[in-house]
Write a protein that binds this ligand. Structure first.
Ligand code: SF4
Ligand code: FES
Length: 362
């Protein structure tokens, strides 16, 4: 397989976050502030990324605005020619900070919502008053003409509100709505029984999204990420391992996928020790599941291997203990029946209490 340059960089600036969402994709062991890489190291990573061919930088976390150097990093991204997206919970922002970020060159804001009803949203995020702040920020973003994506994270405790999420995105004048069903790694795997929706609820939400896509064509783009536990084939996770994107963690580890640390046995290079280009080309973690050579049957000879790239390695590892196993979300996996049975069982039992994400709570 020819190795092309990556086109996106997910910069997880910090694991610190005022919210405590029980489906956070960050690892259970979160990096403390003292373990975060410096502003200069991040700036060097951004410059190297641009030289390597990266086009988009996604500033993420935790909450990326918890880093006081966010303005400097956004401004540096603009200087080196990267299109910047801020993936934020919004609760640390105010009008002054938003103006400063846009002035520094921020291109796009992606704002996550825990629900459309304030009380439930604040309960899920574990942050009182958070929902109201998000609404204010969304309106301020659009009042300044900046691009806005509403990110609606959906699970069994808010799935009935999918139509309201769509109405909210329209009301907020967002250009894009991402209806993203929770994916089960990190904290979400720990909370799966509290989060996984029933097949019926999922089907209903999927139909609602399909109807809205038609109705709102030309007005709102709706992306839809389903939980593939109920699908016939898995999602093309990361568009293929080590194929188009790099994630850098708060401590500087370069990962082929934001959840790759959940796979034990992989060794990750650090941007403080190696160049991004070297990591992209030679890092053992990036090579581990790149292309097709690592695949076992049925993936190896499957006609869909260039469509879904064998699905998700993190999910395969979480469920089977082997990252090279066929993703159990695939109907051709010998473990598929077990996965579906588990999903049915957990989604119909009463949901347990959330284990909230907190630094030091694992
Ligand atoms: Fe994808 Fe492998 Fe399933 Fe084929 S067998 S559909 S490549 S996961
Ligand atoms: Fe890591 Fe899918 S989440 S490969």
């Amino acid at each position: 397989m020819t190795l092309h340059p990556p086109h996106s960089l997910l910069a997880e600036l910090t694991h610190r976050c005022p919210l405590q969402c029980p489906y956070c994709s960050n690892p259970l062991e979160l990096t403390k502030k003292s373990g975060e890489i410096s502003t200069d190291t991040w700036k060097s990573v951004l410059s190297q990324a641009a030289e390597l061919g990266v086009l988009h930088i996604h500033f993420s976390g935790g909450e990326p605005t918890a880093r006081p150097d966010i303005l400097e990093l956004v401004s540096h991204a603009r200087e080196v020619g990267l299109y910047s997206n801020l993936i934020t919970s919004g609760v640390l922002m105010n009008e002054g900070r938003l103006d400063a970020l846009l002035e520094a060159g921020l291109d796009h804001v992606q704002l996550s919502f825990q629900d459309c009803e304030a009380e439930n949203a604040d309960r899920i995020g574990g942050h009182k008053g958070g929902h109201a702040k998000k609404l204010d920020l969304a309106r301020e973003v659009r009042a300044r003409g900046a691009a806005l994506t509403v990110n609606a994270v959906v699970h069994r405790q808010n799935i009935e509100n999918v139509p309201k999420f769509i109405d909210l995105a329209v009301e907020l004048d967002a250009g894009r709505l991402e209806v993203a069903h929770v994916q089960y790694y990190g904290w979400a795997l720990k909370n799966r029984a509290a989060l996984i929706p029933s097949r019926e609820a999922l089907m209903k939400a999927t139909e609602e999204v399909a109807e809205a896509r038609e109705r709102l064509k030309g007005q709102l783009v709706i992306d839809y990420v389903i939980p593939d536990y109920y699908a016939r084939y898995p999602k093309p996770c990361m568009s293929g391992w080590g194929r188009v994107g790099i994630c850098v963690t708060p401590s500087g580890k370069a990962l082929p996928c934001h959840a790759a640390e959940t796979i034990t046995g992989l060794e990750f290079d650090n941007v403080a020790d190696k160049t991004l280009a070297d990591i992209w080309e030679t890092s053992s973690a990036f090579q581990a599941y790149r292309g097709f050579d690592w695949m076992e049957e049925p993936c190896r000879s499957c006609e869909r291997r260039e469509i879904d790239w064998g699905g998700c390695r993190c999910q395969a590892f979480a469920f089977t203990g082997r990252a090279e196993a066929t993703d159990p979300a695939c109907s051709k996996s010998p473990m598929h029946g077990e996965l579906v049975e588990l999903a049915m069982e957990e989604s119909t039992a009463p949901p347990p209490e959330f284990a909230y994400r907190r630094i030091g709570a694992a």
